[in-house]
Design a protein around this ligand. Structure first.
Ligand code: PEP
Ligand code: MN
Length: 338
């Protein structure tokens, strides 16, 4: 439920209203825009007498939020959420951030070389998998704790904040120096993991499940937010369809749809969406035009020798060329590169 306040509402009115709702055991979310102030209410709203609330002199209107996702709903929070990663890096509307790096951390030389290259080309965050969800148990599973250490080395070397995937909630303590924790497609509905991530305050990059609807995805974001962590970034990475010529099918329409339904930032991962390195650039450009807040792109110093996802990885030169093009397009959209 949302309470839309009118221009006569004072700070005291707002505080009194919120305190009253908290006394009823409800959670609130205050959203102060330049034109309207909205108090979002989450919980058992049958405890609220809507007519009495509507009768308050400072209340413009009271509306039910019919969608099952509440905290993630734009109706609760009309302005775009800006997710602060570090003092220098913020993800959200108007700032276009590019996360780049290899699918997996392989060696110290590899991750540091790639980190330096992608930074020089304009990436603002470094990615690299330490815990890898692989379809085959015989495939490279990632360097795990050692991989996290190497990522931290690369962070020290370049200053780039790091994004890496958590697969199991028992590993959470190992992620204390990670800047953005990624939840991969295969774990989008690992609700126990989402609950644990809701208890930390780090930004969470929540990838869309292989075959999940936008509503299911937003409900997963809701799990994290309901736990008390509002810092969720959504990442569309392609969905399963009948098409087999690409690894997945990029659902570009998810970008405008999410922008309408939620206030959370939305980024695109064209690498996993296609599985084809030559298709990364055209889809990255499409993401800018569709209104995405950023990209996640796999870059490897030697894609032919990559232990994971080489076929979809750009080499540093290709990434640099793409970034030069992306910069112009981001400016055209009236945004700044993060
Ligand atoms: C990844 O980003 O390395 C990854 C495994 O992606 P996804 O979960 O989207 O398949
Ligand atoms: Mn990958």
């Amino acid at each position: 439920m949302i309470v839309i306040l009118n221009s006569t509402a004072t700070k005291d009115n707002v505080q009194e209203l919120i305190a009253g709702l908290h006394e009823k055991g409800l959670k609130t979310n205050l959203s102060e825009g330049s034109h309207t102030t909205i108090v979002g209410i989450i919980g058992d709203t049958t405890k609220i007498d809507i007519d009495t609330l509507k009768g308050s002199s400072f209340v413009e209107d009271v509306k039910r939020v019919s969608e099952p996702y509440k905290a993630a709903n734009r109706k609760m929070h009309p302005t775009d959420s800006m997710i602060k990663v570090t003092d220098k890096v913020t993800v959200g509307e108007g700032i276009f951030n590019v996360i780049a790096g290899p699918c997996s951390v392989e060696t110290e030389e590899q991750i540091i070389e790639v980190a330096k290259d992608v930074k020089a080309s304009g990436a603002t965050l470094l990615r690299g998998g330490a815990f890898k969800p692989r379809t085959s148990p015989y495939s490279f599973q990632g360097l795990e704790g050692e991989g996290l250490k190497l990522l931290l080395e690369a962070k020290k070397e370049t200053g780039l904040p790091i994004v890496t995937e958590i697969m199991n909630l028992v590993h959470i303590d190992m992620f204390s120096d990670v800047d953005v924790i990624q939840v991969g497609a295969r774990n989008m509905q690992n609700f126990d993991l989402l609950k644990v991530l809701g208890k930390c305050s780090k930004p969470i990059l929540l990838k869309r499940g292989l075959a999940n609807t936008i509503e299911e995805w937003l409900m997963s974001a809701e799990y994290i937010m309901a736990g008390g962590n509002p810092n969720v970034i959504l990442c569309e990475r392609g969905i399963r369809t009948f098409e087999t010529s690409t690894r997945n099918t990029l659902d570009i329409s998810a970008v405008p749809m999410l922008k309408k339904l939620t206030h959370l930032p939305v980024i695109i991962d064209p690498s996993h969406a296609t599985g084809l390195s030559w298709m990364v650039a055209p889809l990255a450009k499409t993401a800018v035009a569709a209104g995405a807040d950023g990209l996640m792109i796999e870059v490897h110093n030697n894609p032919a020798k990559a232990l994971c996802d080489g076929a979809q990885s750009l080499d540093p030169q290709q990434f640099d060329e793409l970034m030069n093009d992306i910069k112009r397009r981001v400016e055209f959209e009236g945004k700044t590169l993060g």
